[in-house]
Design a binder for this molecule. Sequence first.
Ligand SMILES: Nc1ncnc2c1ncn2[C@@H]1O[C@H](COP(=O)(O)OP(=O)(O)O)[C@@H](O)[C@H]1O
Ligand SMILES: [Mg+2]
Ligand SMILES: [Zn+2]
Length: 518
Amino acid sequence: MYQVIALKFRPQRFEDVVGQDHVTRVIRNGIDSGRIPHAFIFSGPRGVGKTSVARILAKCLNCEKGPTSTPCNECRLCREITASRAVDVFEIDAASHTGVDNIRELIENARYAPAMSRYKVFIIDEVHMLSKSAFNALLKTLEEPPAHVVFIMATTEVEKVPLTVLSRCQRYEFRRIGVDDIISQLRHISSLEGLKITDDAMMTMAIQADGSMRDAQSIMEHLASFGKQEIDVDSVEEILGIIDHATLRSLLKAIVDRDAIEMIKLIDRVYQFGKDLTQLYKTLLEQFRNMMLLKLGYNELPIPLEDKAFLTDLVEAIPFEEIHRFLSILIRSEEDLKYSMLPRITVETILLRIVSAPRLADLAKVIDAISSGKLPALPEVAIQPSTREEPSLYKKPIDGHPKLWEGFLGYLRDHDHALYAVLSKSRLVSEKEGEVVLSVSSAFMADQVNRILPDVSKRARGFFNRDVRIEIGFEDAGKGDKEKPPPSEIRARAMKSHVVREVLSQFNGVIRDVRPKK
Ligand SMILES: Nc1ncnc2c1ncn2[C@@H]1O[C@H](COP(=O)(O)OP(=O)(O)O)[C@@H](O)[C@H]1O
Ligand SMILES: [Mg+2]
Ligand SMILES: [Zn+2]
C-alpha cells in the first residue's frame, strides 16, 4: 500500500522527533516521575511535530506497558493510536468545530470513564479557533477535570488562546526546525525511499520549507513523483516556481552594478517564464539579507557554499550602508507589491528606485577621510533622484578641491589637541587657497588664538603643503542673543562649508535644523 511520506515517517517515539528536544525531554521526565497534568498546550508553526508528539504522548499514557515515556508501539492500544482508531483517543479539529455545541458534546463525553484504556485523551487541534463561549465551556472542565481525562491542545496562534485557558495548561513551545536538521531527516528518508537527490537540491528544499518538516517532506514527495533519476536543484526551482539561480545571480549583479537596462531585461525573462514575481521579490529580500549578514562577517548562513562564495564576492564591491539601504527599500516597498494589480511594473519600479538611489559611501571611510582632511571623491550617481532640496549642490563635483580648514581642524583634534582646543572656539569666516579668515567672540579669545598662531601656521603648512595666511577677527561679545544670526543665515553659512556639503551628499542628507554655536 502506498503511503505518503509525511505519514509514513511520522515519528512514533520521542527519539524520532527532530529538533524539539527541549519539549520532549520535559514531557518524558514528567511521565517518568508520574506527574501527569490534565492539560497540555503545544504551540508552534505548522509541520513541526505537534500532532505527532500529541499522539506519542497518548501512547505513553495508554500503552499496555505504561504509563511510560517509551511506549511499546506494539500492543493493541499503541497500534490503534498509530492508526487513529483508538476508542479512547479523540482528535478534534477546532478549525471545523468552533461552536459551543461541539465542546459541550466533548465535555459530556469526558464525564464517562474510558472504555478500555487508562485515560481518555482529547487532542484538540488549532484550538485558538474555538469561539468564546466554546472556550468558556472548556474552561469549566479544565478547572475541575475528571481524573481519567487528559487534554492535549495544539495551536499555531497561541496568542489567540485566552489566558484563563493557558493558565490551566502545561505549556510547550515547538520551534521551527533548523535547516541542518531538516536536511539530515530528508537524507534519512531519501535513502530509505531510494531517492537520489543532490546536496544543493536538498539544501534548497530545506530552506524553502522555512522550518516546517512537513513542508520539506511534501516538496520531496512531489519531486519523487516525477520519477527522475536524480533530483537536482533545477527541478526543485522548477516545481517551487522559484527563479533559477543563474538568473537570480545575474539579477543581483545587475542591481549591485546599477545596470538598469540589464535588470529590466532579467525581470522580463523571469516574467516570460511565468514565474511568480512576488516569489522573486521574496527571494531578493532573502538574498539581500544574506548579503547584509555576510558583509557583517556573519558566517553561519545556511546557504549552499557556492552561493556563499558568489554573494561574498558581490558584497565586496559595495559598502554595508548601501546593502542596508537596498534592503530597507525592499522592505518598505513590500506593501506596494502586495496591493498591486500590476506586479511586473511594480517590481520594476521598486528595483529602479533602488538602482537610482545615490550611491552611499562607506561610513567608516568617510569619517576617516573627513577627519584627516582627505575628502573622498563624490561618488558617481547613476540616475539623479528629483527629491533633494537643493539639487545644484549635489551635482557639483568637488573632487580635487583644496584641502579644507575643517579637515585641518579634524587633523589637529587628533594630533595636537591643545591647539585644537583653542582653535575650535573660532568660527571660519572665509577660506581661499592659502588664506583663512577666522573670527572669535571676544578680544580675550582673539588674544588666545593669536598666541598659538605661529604653531598653528606651522601645522597648517605641514597639512596643506603650503603657507597659509591666517587672519583673526572678533565679533563683539556683548551683542547678546538678539544679535544671533537668524536660522536662514546659519543655514546659508552651513551650506558654504564644504564639509557640510560633502556630508550631505555622501549620506544623501538634508539639513533639518540649524542652531547657533554656543
Ligand atoms: N519534529 C519532527 N520530526 C520528524 N518529523 C516531523 C517533525 N515534525 C513534523 N514531522 C513530519 O511532518 C508530518 C506532520 O507533522 P505534525 O506532527 O502533524 O506537525 P504539526 O502538528 O506541528 O503541524 C509528520 O507526519 C512527520 O512526517
Ligand atoms: Mg498538527
Ligand atoms: Zn504499547
